[in-house]
Design a protein around this ligand. Structure first.
Ligand SMILES: [Zn+2]
Length: 116
């Protein structure tokens, strides 16, 4: 969910004050989780908390910038990246996204055959 200002700007994460016009006439708007990968990086050296989650040189943490179809750009973890390059269509994997992990993206349609 994001907020849309009466001036037309869509903000994600949601805001109480529009950074473009400083207006406060904002309404909730569902942004969806589809977009295109803009950039991606693999981090082999991670913080101790990420190392406790299993990330490191043997299992790099992959983070990407995604331009959502709705407009805003967001940063999130990207999984199963072997065939992903900037421009690839991705979508949020809602089963892996949570407040601790943040948004987790995968190639669009890649999760359609999950049986969990
Ligand atoms: Zn505004």
């Amino acid at each position: 969910m994001g907020t849309r200002c009466s001036c037309g700007e869509l903000h994600l994460p949601p805001r109480a004050l529009c950074p473009s016009c400083h207006g406060t006439d904002l309404a909730w708007e569902e942004t969806g989780g589809d977009g295109r990968l803009v950039a991606i990086t693999r981090m082999a050296m991670v913080s101790p908390s990420m190392a406790r989650q299993g990330f490191g040189s043997e299992n790099p943490l992959c983070v990407g910038v995604v331009a959502l179809t709705a407009g805003p750009r967001v940063v999130g973890q990207v999984v199963e990246i072997d065939h992903l390059t900037p421009g690839t269509a991705v979508s949020v994997d809602w089963s892996r996204s949570c407040p601790e992990a943040g948004l987790v993206f995968m190639a669009s349609g890649a999760g359609s055959d999950l049986t969990e």
